[in-house]
Each structure stands twice: as structure tokens, then as C-alpha cells.
Design a protein around this ligand. Structure first.
Ligand code: HEC
Length: 446
């Protein structure tokens, strides 16, 4: 087998490209009708300028902060952190990262980002935060007082049983409320998004190892806590900090049968009677994902590259002009630490079209749409970064939002709202202000 044949064979074995197609270098030929189009999926290490590599290795940075490089960098990062996780090897480790067939073979394994530390694991007494690979919780108290299993069993959480409960369920969806920008551009707590099936959309935030270790220890290359937090940026030879925020909805049987959602059996935090935090075992489907990557080639003042994906990007309808262009109707008030009121669906809609050009290539059947299983359902809806002009850093493009996370603030900007918390390096969950803001109704009543 010649070297150039390897990718062809591996991609076909993985069933990742249309079965009637063959890959030759950077060109994809449809064998049925002979049409040729640019191949958009490659393997780790391929250097030709195609769009996506089918690779579980997180990129080391951009080396060239132009729009097309940055758009590809964030999509590539998404592919790498969506690789199946090698749980036995520790948290954040990809299983067979250079074998493209791993993505399809281990489709039911948690993705790498799902094994990162959740934001509540980074909160509380910093000196008591646990090692990267640990699932223990020592810094305060876990986000659940009780675990309610699907079979009706209720397990009171103790320090002794928490680690196993957590491991068995992978993650806790601990946030309910959304955030929006007020007239001064500051983030304020806003009502939840209630799905058409009457259930609440939920959220969970994750940090990768370079980010978490910097926060925990304040040491290491590119990390500083002098005056303000600086988490490491990718510098061309190593990846840096990455943070993810995920949004989930409760699945009904028809959704489960259709298998188009990345679906998981998770713990979902519901405020209970008397401020009790009940975590219920439920089948949830991923509706949206923010992926944010720190890159040293971006302006020193703001090195984050903001990316965002949604489930079947046109799942939320485009807003009609008769709806006043706000992006929603029936907004519920923010949820407090009390039992959840019954939900009237929000009727969310998308104010802006998903940008053309790059996205129309990245979201095609031969790029993100070629990923196996439910992964093919997720499409890029936004990418944003800072451009230095004199002393100031301006967001490019000026507005960027995800209609499922920023439903009530779709004309705002990731960079604009997050840089308000520059003391914690634009990471809201690690800021002092978050106690008043957080979408988790009960977490801070310690
Ligand atoms: C109106 C303000 C606002 C806008 C606009 C906004 N965010 Fe956030 N974001 C927040 C707040 C506040 C939190 C923390 C509370 C929470 O997660 O509910 C947060 C949390 C996050 C997190 C988890 C890490 C952290 O900072 O706590 C990520 C990742 C994230 N946002 C990405 C994005 C991306 C990408 C965009 C743009 C597409 C965006 N945000 C737009 C306010 C905003």
C-alpha cells in the first residue's frame, strides 16, 4: 500500500464519506456521476489547504490570524474535542486520536470535552480543588443534595458516595437560566428557554486541563494570577486553554428513536422543596455548544477565539418581521431556588441568518456533515475574535450569538459581553460577579 492510499482506505473503512466516493489527495470524486469536488476532510498531519482534518489532536494555534485560518482552527478544535474519550487513561484523553475510524467505532463513548472539569469543580476554596483526574469534590459541596434515579430510588448525596454517582452519570446539568445584555452591555440573568415539549433547556460548562491547572495552581507556562487571571494560550507548539458551554434538552421518545441528537443519560439539577437540590437521571440531547479557544496569535489584550455550534442549525425558525425581531415570545422570568413552575414554551426564533461563505463549506455534507452518527447534526453558527486597532480591541464580526444560548440577546457579542469580566480572563464562571448572575439557581447557597 502506498502512503497516499492510506487516507482513502481509512476514510472508506470508517464509512465517513459517501460510499460512492473516493478520496484522491484533496479532491473527492463521485464515482456514480464522475463529478469532482474539493475534499474537505483530511487526516491528522495532512498539510494541503482543505477544510477539516478528521483528527483527535487539538491544534497548537493559528500562526496566522486571518479569517479563514481562524474559522478552520475553531472547527478543527471542535472535531478534536468531540473525539471519543479514553476514560481509563484519565480525563481529557482522546481514544486513538490519529485513527479516523475511532470516531465512528466508539460513537457511544463520551466525547473528550465531556470528561473535562465542570465549572462547579473549579469553584469554592481553591486550596481544596482536586487533581485534574479526580472526580472527588472537596472544595465545597457537590451540586446535588439528592440523586433521583429513573427507577424511583432517591439517594442522599454524601462525601463518600458522590464520586461514584458522578462517574456513573458523566455530568451534572446545573444551569437553567440564560443570560442577556442590559442597556449598558452588562450581562444580566434572564429567563430560561422552555422547549416546545414544555421542558427546560439546561446548560453545563467545562474547562480543559491547561485552563483548570492554571486556575488551581497559578503556575505553568503562559499562566499568571498576578493582578488578574491569564490562562495559557496556544503558542504554535502546544494547545492552551479551551472552555466549552453545552446546552441540552430533554428528549422525547421520537427524538431518541431518530438518533439525531448526541444523547446522554445525565443528572439534571432541579430546585426542590426548601432549597433542596435534586438531581434527576434523565435522557438529554445536546442542542448547542460554545467552543472557545485561546490563541497567542490574537491581540495580547484578548486572545480568545469564540466559536459556536447548534443542533441542525435551522432547527430554530427564522424570526418573522411580525414578531418584532426580538428573537422570542413567552419569555419566562428567571428561575429561583424553588420547585420549577410548569413551563410555557418560549417560541424562540433566530434573528440572523447563519453567515454564508465559510460556513456554507464547513457545514456541508463533506465537512462537519460527514462526521458519523449524531455528530453530523451540529453546525457552526458563529465564530468571532478580537482585532487590534490602536489601543483597542474590536470584535470581528461585531455581533455573534447562538440563538439557543443567547436567545434573548441575539444582537450582542461574545467578546463584548465576556470582556466585562477581564479580571478573570473573560471567564464568567470564575469571576466574583458570577454569584449574583449564575444560571444555577441554588449552587451558591452554601
Ligand atoms: C450578554 C452577555 C453574554 C454574551 C453575549 C455571551 N455570553 Fe457567554 N456567558 C455569559 C455569562 C454571564 C456566562 C456565565 C453564566 C452562565 O454560563 O450561565 C457565560 C458563559 C460562557 C461560557 C462558559 C465559560 C464562562 O465564561 O463562564 C462560554 C464558553 C461562553 N459563555 C461562550 C460564549 C460565546 C461563544 C458567545 C457568543 C456566541 C457568548 N458566550 C456570548 C455571558 C455572555
Amino acid at each position: 500500500m502506498t502512503k497516499s492510499n492510506v487516507p482513502v482506505v481509512m476514510l472508506l473503512r470508517a464509512g465517513i464519506l459517501m460510499s460512492a466516493s473516493a478520496v484522491t489527495g484533496c479532491t473527492l470524486t463521485d464515482q456514480e456521476n464522475g463529478d469532482t469536488e474539493t475534499c474537505q476532510v483530511q487526516l491528522c498531519g495532512d498539510v494541503t489547504p482543505c477544510y477539516l482534518q478528521l483528527c483527535g489532536i487539538v491544534p497548537n494555534g493559528s500562526n496566522n490570524a486571518d479569517a479563514s485560518t481562524l474559522n478552520r482552527l475553531i472547527s478543527q478544535t471542535y472535531v478534536a474535542i468531540s473525539w471519543p474519550a479514553n476514560i481509563a487513561a484519565g480525563r481529557g484523553v482522546a481514544l486513538a486520536p490519529t485513527d479516523p475510524s475511532a470516531l465512528a467505532t466508539y460513537i457511544d463513548q463520551p466525547r473528550v470535552w465531556e470528561t473535562w472539569k465542570q465549572d462547579w469543580e473549579a469553584q469554592g476554596d481553591i486550596a481544596a480543588l482536586t487533581d485534574w483526574d479526580s472526580y472527588e469534590y472537596r472544595a465545597g459541596r457537590p451540586p446535588c443534595d439528592e440523586v433521583h434515579l429513573r427507577n424511583g430510588q432517591v439517594i442522599p448525596v454524601t462525601e463518600a458516595n458522590w464520586t461514584e454517582l458522578r462517574k456513573a452519570h458523566g455530568m451534572v446539568l446545573d444551569k437553567i437560566n440564560l443570560v442577556e445584555a442590559n442597556n449598558d452591555g452588562l450581562a444580566v440573568l434572564s429567563g430560561p428557554l422552555i422547549e416546545d415539549n414544555g421542558t427546560y433547556q439546561r446548560f453545563a460548562t467545562f474547562f480543559n486541563q491547561p485552563l483548570y491547572e492554571c486556575w488551581r495552581t497559578g503556575t505553568g507556562p503562559g499562566c499568571s494570577k498576578e493582578g488578574r487571571l491569564h490562562v495559557p494560550a496556544a503558542d504554535g507548539s502546544t494547545p492552551g486553554a479551551i472552555m466549552v458551554k453545552s446546552a441540552w434538552r430533554e428528549l422525547i421518545q421520537a427524538d431518541i428513536d431518530a438518533q439525531t441528537f448526541l444523547s446522554r443519560n445525565l443528572l439534571v439539577l432541579d430546585p426542590g422543596q426548601g432549597g433542596k437540590r435534586e438531581c434527576h437521571e434523565r435522557t438529554m440531547g445536546l442542542t448547542a455548544l460554545h467552543v472557545v479557544y485561546k490563541d497567542a496569535d490574537l491581540p495580547a489584550k484578548h486572545q480568545w477565539l469564540w466559536g459556536s455550534l447548534e443542533y441542525q442549525a435551522n432547527d430554530l425558525p427564522k424570526c418573522l418581521s411580525s414578531e418584532g425581531g426580538v428573537g422570542y415570545q413567552n419569555k419566562a422570568p428567571p428561575v429561583t431556588c424553588e420547585p420549577l413552575p410548569p413551563g410555557k414554551p418560549t417560541d424562540a426564533c433566530r434573528i440572523k441568518d447563519i453567515p454564508d461563505g465559510f460556513y456554507s463549506q464547513m457545514n456541508t455534507a463533506s465537512a462537519l456533515g460527514s462526521l458519523p452518527g449524531a455528530l453530523k447534526s451540529y453546525q457552526m453558527v458563529a465564530a468571532q475574535w478580537g482585532m487590534q486597532t490602536g489601543d483597542t480591541v474590536q470584535a470581528s464580526p461585531p455581533e455573534a450569538a447562538n440563538a439557543r444560548f443567547e436567545t434573548y440577546s441575539q444582537k450582542s457579542s461574545c467578546l463584548g459581553c465576556h470582556e466585562k469580566t477581564s479580571a478573570s480572563d473573560a471567564i464568567w464562571s470564575l469571576s466574583k460577579e458570577i454569584k449574583e448572575l449564575n444560571g444555577n439557581p441554588c449552587a451558591y447557597q452554601q
